[in-house]
Design a protein around this ligand. Sequence first.
Ligand code: F58
Length: 786
Amino acid sequence: MNNMADIMKRISLSTFGKSLADCNDKEKYIILSKSVMEDIIPKWIDSEKKFEGKKRAYYFSAEYLMGRSLTNNLINMKCKSEIESILKDMGICYSSMEEQEEDAGLGNGGLGRLGACFLDSAATLDYPLTGYGIRYEFGLFKQLFKDGFQIEVGDDWLEYPDPWSIRKQSESVRVSFADGDILAVPYDTPIIGYGQNTINTLRLWKSESFEKFNFREFNDQNYDLSVKEKNDAENITKVLYPNDEYEEGKKLRLKQQYFFVSASLQDLVRRHKARYDNFDNFAQLHAIQLNDTHPAVAIPELMRILTEIQNINWDKAWDIVTDVFAYTNHTLLAEALEQWFTGFYKTLIPSVYRIIEKINFQFVEELRAKGFKGCELDYYRIISHDHIKMAWLAIYGSKSINGVSQLHSDILKYKELNNWYKLSPQKFNNKTNGITQRRWLLKSNPELSDFITELLGSEDWITDLGQLKNLERFIDDEGVLNRFLEIKFTKKKQLADYILEKEKIEIDPNSIFDIQIKRLHEYKRQLLNAFNILDLYFKLKENPDLDIVPRTFIFGAKAAPGYVIAKGIIKYINDIKQLINNDSEISGKIKVVFVENYNVSYAERLFSAADVSEQISTAGKEASGTGNMKFMLNGTPTLGTYDGANIEMVKEAGEQNNFIFGLRTEDIEEITQNYNPRQEYETVSGLKRVVDTLIDGTFVGISACMYMEIYKSLLDGTNWRRPDVYFVMKDFESYRNAQQNINDAFKDRIGWAKKCWRNLANAGKFSSDRTIEQYAREIWDIEKVY
Ligand code: F58
């Protein structure tokens, strides 16, 4: 990059009105990023031009968990070291710039992060993929711990202007609700493919009002009313919902969904009309992927636009719509399948509701004509008992329905959505998830990346992860394996330093770093992990000479603010942490850390420093998992159940190189009816002792009530749920055995390194580049444009 220093000086004056030397680090970070943007923008415009007239794909997602952009962008532009040295000459330290950036945390977890990985892969592979979504003013809450309880505070990620996005005021559109119109203003962020041959766009919409200020009300001294319209409008994109328990919250979430979907479709239609005078080729030029059902209202909305605004007849419009949309399902939890109360639709977007009624009617007639009747027919109704089943709408209106791992897709086909599969088997397919190696190895673990490049003699793996397979030939090379162990140790030391600084806990990099990082949910079974830790603790108390490899158990998780049991589990683990870390008798043999405010940037440090990857969900519940792949890519064996993508990972890397335990889906089906966890409670050694800590006063204080609820959910169940629905008690023993096997295997350093190496060498399949290739070829039917 030419004259970077001059550009920065100029931007410093025009943006902050002072010289670069007078700016603080935050300001310097913004100046640096803006300078990089100056370099990107002309290439971005060219990239947009090369796609004109070509078929393009669009990712509709309510969430994108992007994390930080600066380093990722510089890496993809292949100029990170150049910039680092320019800055050094200017007396600016690059890593302190990096730390100034707020994470763009516009997502809850895997679903949002998948969107971010997909954007990176599509741009790298030169596929025209545009992301559409919402520019939340506040992302996922920041998590604090107070006496071990999770406290949520707003994530004000836009307190300083975001240098990576550009407001495109002139491309704003109008979105109509029954109670008034809202302005949707787009903000575009460049998505730079590795090597910057292609720069795609993430377009996020912000809601604003047409009337920013009511002068008359202000004049009448009604100050609140004078800005009411503005505030009401801006509320739509104010905050990302981690849950939607309350009525008002629910309505606002529906407004969010319709808002971004309508704006995005209007944007596509407007661009199409600028080139063509009819819609005959609309489906040949557009493929829209619905990231779960959150944007499924796009189906009736496009029908509305085509039939009521563009005056296309219904049948023709339906053919277009059902050729454009494809739907990805991300969950098997019945309670997570979205249903909307019809009353909300009727009052907020009645014109869309009428279209859904017509779609429902058309579908029911189609089924009747095929001979369906009674309950059989009722099963398929999109509107039923005053609710709209969004998954049904998405399935009926899409040409493709996919799950995100082989197991998940099979469960959809043969179980959960079997009726639908029988109706249209050709629509169902699998697209096993993936992750981008640019962020999850190249950026987060430069030490291992350099080593891989050195061994393979090329950087090709950065865009062709299958190349890692060639690392297999070093499996018996102790020099290589020792280098790997040294690198792992370096990453562990870096993490230990960071944890000391952030969490004020000292951990030993020689201990096993056993890590579970993911959203807090009962099905993910952080509780199983916690029980095993306590069991180990009690054993150490009984026998302080117990021969174990020292272990550091690390957790990172946010719980949805209204999910009481999940929050109870966080508090419980934090209590265990206090008990163990403050017990001098066990002399640091085990330590527990619960990192505060787990997010993408923390994740980058954690995945690369792990010895053990905890993927212990109840079989059949985790659709895929993607954290599991991030550990694998950093050479970390999985301690996991036969669930989601774990199955495929283990198939690639070998079961003997991982630690698989527990019930499988077929076992669960078999035992569910007669399962009584009290039997395990009474008979499995040590289990009663740990479960009783929930109620026996081991941990006292105001959490007692929460713990009682957890205890009861395990042993008694409730009137709406069987006891221990997630089989924590049933899998305890088998999990503990697997943990013991890890302890034993870890002692053989070279043997352990071999397991790690096999995982690394076989991670190729789990690149999101592979996933995107499959979406592009098998669903979207789009071509690469160089
Ligand atoms: C996740 N879903 C799945 N949902 O749990 C995971 O197995 C899968 O790998 C991943 O999608 C990507 O396919 C997920 O992250 C959410 O975050 C919900 C969004 C809406 C609010 C509730 C959480």
